[in-house]
Each structure stands twice: as C-alpha cells, then as structure tokens.
Write a protein that binds this ligand. Structure first.
Ligand code: DHB
Length: 309
C-alpha cells in the first residue's frame, strides 16, 4: 500500500503537495517544503516584476474557511528561476513554477524563461481574482484559446482554473484545452470576489477591492469536488490529469478528491494555518483510510466514485 502517483509523467511519492499561494514565496519557505512530506514544491505565482501585493488586512481566517486578496506579492520571476536552481542542487524533489503574468505577453515571456531551468512542470494561473482591472483569464475562453495557441513549452504545462459552475462551461473549456498542449488542470482556485462582513464593525474583513476577495478552506470543498467530477467526465478519455484543491483538511477529504477523479491534491488554507506538519498528518490519515478500505494505490481508486443507479 502506498500513496504514490504519476502526474503529467512525473513520479510523485505521494499524491499530496502544497498549493501555490501560502508559505511558498521566499527561498526559506521553499526549502522548508523541500524537506517536508509535500510530494513536490509548488512555488508562489510570479509576475515579471516583484510586487508587495495589496494593502492589509488581506488574509483573514474564520470558522470554515478564509478570505484573501493578497494581490500577487512575489519576488519577480527571475528570483524563482534562481530558487529552482538552488533547490534542485540539494534534492531531486519535483518543483513546479506558478506563472501569473499580468498580460498574455508577460505569461509567454515567463513560461519561456522557465524552459531552461530545472523546474519539472509549469502551472499557468489563469484565475487570480485579486488584481483590480484584471479579470480572471479562464472565464474568457477566447482569450484562453489565443494564449494557449502561442505557448511553446517543453515542460509539462498545467492550468490553474477558477470554479466553472456548469457542465456546459466545463465541456466548452475542455474542448478548447484538448486542442493544445495541456498536461494537467488544477481545480479550483479560491472562489473569487466573495464578500465577508465583520459583525463587530459592519465592514468587509479585508481591505482590497472594496472587500471582495477569494474564498478558501473547508466551506469550498463541495464546489471544488463538483469541478473535479465534471472535469473528470469531460477529460477521462484524454491524457490530461486533474489536481484537486479546495478545502482539504483531512485524509478523508483527499480520498474524496481521488474518487472524483483527481490524480493528486494540493493543500492551501490548511497549510497556511498548520504549516509544514500538515503534510505528514494528511499522508498518515490517507494511509489510514486506504488501510481501512483495503485500497492498494491511488491508481486503483481514481475516478471510481459510484453514483446511484
Ligand atoms: C493570488 C490569489 C490567487 O487566488 C491566485 O490564484 C494568485 C494570486 C493573490 O492574490 O496573490
């Protein structure tokens, strides 16, 4: 019995890794992930230039979830080219770059720059909800198609997507991406443009974008699972893998995402709140679920969710 999996042709010794965003911006944070039980090192979404991000308060946890509008604070893509080099010198753990350029040209430039580095894959973030004036690209299928048409990557390319809330949207999206060289989709980014009001002050809990920000944590798990299940249906006869993300707090949550069709999962909000020990806890809990159900491997259960007859 083991938790290993293969994502976009890359062997991983567990199906559990960190999500881009929390605690993956600095070299020190990435080195902590390297020695952790996270199966890979996902790096913070990067832009051409370094950014301080949005004004605070910009990340607030509450019962059942968190809301954030970080605004892409990062060190600029050149720092992450260098961090990848440094990380690879000490261990072979897979590294995934997350690219979130502020324009199609920026994305093409950054993806090109990562080609000659030791990163194992690139996750193109088409779903950051937090930059005023920059709509989430994945909600514009024409723009997505045009961008994918121009990308040339020898590294496996994945797309980080926002929730798509209807099977027809999912089918249209999948018809588009199967025309291009996409190796995996990561579902879902935080649910964008939500509003949470603080009863003590009658104000939004975060400052940026009039209080609108991305919702994450256990309350979004059914949305994420629904997206994984819809994409699994649309992609099951293709080579495109699914990474599930959204509200995973326990081993049982990971198991649910595997049943719905995920090949691996990412941990965001729970990693932010529990830090590095979250990965060993979730691996242990998932092993326990596998043992109780006599499951030998991730491969044997992926996408096997049984419906009512
Ligand atoms: C940020 C938030 C996201 O949900 C995302 O995909 C990328 C960046 C942020 O605000 O930094």
């Amino acid at each position: 019995m083991n938790l290993s999996t293969t994502l976009a042709g890359i062997p991983l010794n567990s199906c559990i890794l960190n999500a881009s965003g929390p605690r993956d911006t600095t070299l020190e944070e990435l080195q902590a992930l390297q020695t952790s039980e996270s199966a890979a090192i996902m790096m913070k979404s990067c832009t051409i230039d370094s950014r301080p991000g949005n004004p605070e308060p910009r990340y607030v946890e509450f019962t059942g979830g968190a809301q954030q509008s970080m605004g892409l604070p990062n060190h600029g893509y050149q720092a992450y080219l260098e961090y990848a080099q440094i990380l690879k010198e000490t261990s072979p753990k897979p590294i995934v770059a997350s690219v979130s350029g502020l324009s199609p040209e920026d994305n093409l430039h950054i993806i090109q720059a990562f080609q000659d580095t030791p990163v194992d894959a690139i996750e193109l973030n088409l779903s950051c909800p937090n930059i005023p004036g920059k709509p989430q690209t994945a909600y514009d299928l024409t723009a997505t198609d045009r961008l994918l048409e121009q990308i040339q990557s020898t590294k496996p390319l994945g797309l980080k997507l926002p929730p798509l809330l209807d099977p027809a949207l999912v089918r249209d999206f999948c018809s588009c991406i199967t025309q291009h060289q996409v190796s995996f989709v990561t579902l879902i980014n935080s649910v964008g443009n939500t509003l949470v009001i603080d009863p003590a002050t009658d104000r939004p809990i975060i400052k940026p974008k009039h209080g609108l920000g991305g919702l994450s944590g256990s309350m979004i798990k059914p949305i994420a699972l629904g997206n994984v299940w819809m994409f699994h249906e649309a992609l099951k006869d293709t080579q495109i893998d699914i990474i599930g993300v959204g509200g995973i707090s326990f081993g049982r949550d990971v198991y649910d995402f595997l049943l719905a069709g995920a090949t691996a999962v990412q941990i965001g909000t729970a990693y932010q709140s529990e830090n590095i020990p979250v990965f060993s806890r979730l691996n242990q809990e998932l092993l326990q679920v596998f043992a109780e159900k006599k499951i030998a491997s991730v491969d044997t259960i992926r996408g096997t969710l049984q419906e009512y007859q």
